[in-house]
Design a protein around this ligand. Sequence first.
Ligand SMILES: C[C@](O)(C(=O)O)[C@H](CC(=O)O)C(=O)O
Length: 307
Amino acid sequence: MTERQDSPGSRLRRLLDRQMVTLPGAFNALTAIQIERAGFEALYISGAGLSAARGLPDLGLLSLTEVVSDAATISRAVTIPALMDADTGFGSALNVMRTVEQCEAAGLAGMQLEDQELPKRCGHLPGKVLVSTSEMADKLRAACLARRDPDFLIVARTDARAVEGMEGAVKRALAYIEAGADALFPEALESAEEFRFFAERMAKEGVKVPLVANMTEFGKTPYLSAGEFEALGYRLVLFPVSALRVAAKAVEEFLHDLKRVGSQKDRLSQMQTRRELYDLLRYEDYERQSRLLEKHHEERHDDTSDR
Ligand SMILES: C[C@](O)(C(=O)O)[C@H](CC(=O)O)C(=O)O
């Protein structure tokens, strides 16, 4: 019981019971620490973000081992719960069971599965192909069976809006709830009205699980604030690639400048200082620990030389 209450999944569920939760996407542990320091109570581990950080496009190219290894590094760097983008689950329903086991072992609060075929695409791009509703439902059932912590959150994303229209998205969402999904993520809706329509249809069907909105940039979804999504009936709002885009742009501009000018002097005000970076990394704590170890070593050494 204690374990259940303290698990990352139960912490995320408790947050969701209380309020709408905004999840910025982390693409490495440093960004995750920044997300926590900025006061966010949960974070998202974006597949697009992890892929980009490894120099790859978001086409489902990373292996389970690579994604879980990055996700574990991220989730261990913070105390807030992390929800991981597991794309299509890394294979069949059987693979999905292993994915869940590894995500739980990595300390994640939950994971998101989507109903695309491989190679999967960013939900906001054309050319998506969906697996059958029953294949996705099998994966969700397998995910629920595999979890050891009943609070580990299984989010079902449907990419149906672009392929089968809003009615298709509603139909699939209902089947995914039936299969055991804990939250629904209708991907790439194109207007506030569509978000409202989806939420109202779920309510009408008696579906009470949290709904996820993906507020990614340069996609199909218009720019709505977390508060606006909340008013439309959404409990989790993702900003999956925003921090990466901001960081990548800043680095690009800086490097062009450095190449041109040959100095970084005029850009210092845009840089995190040494002190600020060390503060994020708790440098002092490690130094203190190192001094303590040194002291222990010296004491032991004195002891033995006394004999
Ligand atoms: C949510 C998403 O799957 C991600 O990997 O973060 C992407 C985000 C993006 O490409 O903007 C998505 O498919 O929407």
